[in-house]
Ligand binder design. Sequence first.
Ligand code: NAD
Ligand code: ZN
Ligand code: ZN
Length: 384
Amino acid sequence: MAAAASSPSPPAVITCRAAVAWGPGQALVMEDVEVAPPGPLEIRVKVVSTSICRSDVTQWQSTAQPDLFPRIFGHEASGVVESVGEGVTEFQVGDHALIVFIGECMSCKHCVSGKSNMCQTLGLERKGVMHSDQTTRFSIGGKPVYHYCAVSSFSEYAVVHSGCAVKVSPTMPMDRICLLSCGASAGLGAAWNVADVSKGSSVVIFGLGTVGLSVAQGAKLRGASKIIGVDTNPAKQEKGKAFGVTDFINPAELNEPVQQVVKRLTDGGADYSFECVGDTGVVLTALQSCSDGWGLTVTLGVPKAKPEVSAHYGLLLSGRTLKGSLFGGWRPKTDIPLLVEKYANKEIQVDGLVTHDMPFSDINKALELMLQNRCLRCVIHMPK
Ligand SMILES: NC(=O)c1ccc[n+]([C@@H]2O[C@H](COP(=O)([O-])OP(=O)(O)OC[C@H]3O[C@@H](n4cnc5c(N)ncnc54)[C@H](O)[C@@H]3O)[C@@H](O)[C@H]2O)c1
Ligand SMILES: [Zn+2]
Ligand SMILES: [Zn+2]
C-alpha cells in the first residue's frame, strides 16, 4: 500500500524579538515574545519594514487604556507571509504584503456598499486583541501582550487577519511602500476620495507631517491652484514646497488669528481645509478658514487630548461641511493595489517622506525623533 502523502506540519509558536511598551510613554524594551500560530483566516507575517506614525506615538503616550499594557505598537508595515491559518486561500507562504490597520471582509454592509471603508467585521480594533476571538497572539511567559490596531509591527513576527493584508509584488521596495499602509495613503485619500479636490481650487492644510504633505501632493495632482500649508515648525516650509505647498504660514509668527490670514489669501476662505495635526482646537480653526457657502473641512488627526470638537453653529449654518476620514476612505484590498501601482509608475512620491532609516534596535531613537518633531517618517528595518 502506498504511504499517504504527508501534509505539511502545522505552524508552531515562534519566539522572536519585539519592542514592548510596558506602560504609557515608557521606553520600549526588546523582549523575547511568543507569537502564536495564525488562527482561522489569519496569516503570520515576518515583518520587513515598519515606519512610525504619529498615531503610534499618541497611543503609546496615552494613559486612557492602562490595562492594555504590555503592548506592541506599530501599524505602518510590510512583510512576508511566514504561515497561513485555516481557510486562507488568498495568501501563500512567501507572499509579500502590506499590513493595514483596517480590513475589508468583502461581505458586510459597508464592504458591499462601495462607499465606505468602515468594515463592520475588521474595522479599527481598539481593545488590543484580534478581531476574530478577542484574544492576543503575543505572550511573554504565557501572559498576554496586547496588540495595537490588530497589527503590532514593532515585532519580528506579527499575526494579522488576512482581510487586513494586501498582496504586493515582490519587486516593490518594502521599506518605502510601508508608508502606503497608513500615513501617505490617508493624506492622498483625504484629498481625492473624501474632499474630491477640484482643479483651480484653494486648499489649506494644518500640519505638514507625512499626512499633511500627502494631502498637499493629492491636491497638487488634482490641479489645486493655491495650497496653503500651516505649521508651527518653520522647517516644514521647504519640505512643503516639494509636495506642492504654494504658501506657508507659521501661526507662531503671527499677531493675528491664522484663519484671518487664510481668508485674505483666498478671498474669503479656502474651498477645502484639512486638519492633519491631531488637535480639536485646530479643527475649529480649519472650519473657520474655509469658505462659507461650500467650504469643506476634512479632519484626519487623532487628538492627544480633548476629543470633543466644538464650533459655533453659525459656521455650519452658513454652508460649511465638516467630515472626517480614516485611511483616506481607501478600502485596503480594493484600492491599495492601485496606489502601489501609482508608486511603481512614479505618479505619486513616497520616498521623500522618509527622513530616517534605522535598524530595529534603534526604535527608541526613532520614537525620540518623533517626540522632538525632527522627522517625517523613520523607517525601521527589521533583522533579515
Ligand atoms: N485619519 C487617519 O487615517 C490617520 C492616519 C495617519 C495619521 N493620522 C493622524 O494624523 C495626524 C498627523 O499625522 P502625521 O504622522 O503626519 O504627524 P506628524 O507629527 O508627523 O505631523 C504633524 C505636524 O503638525 C505640526 N503641528 C503641531 N501643532 C500644530 C499647530 N498647532 N498648528 C499647525 N501645525 C502644527 C507639527 O509641526 C507637524 O509638522 C496625527 O494626529 C495622526 O495621529 C490619522
Ligand atoms: Zn497611522
Ligand atoms: Zn466588511
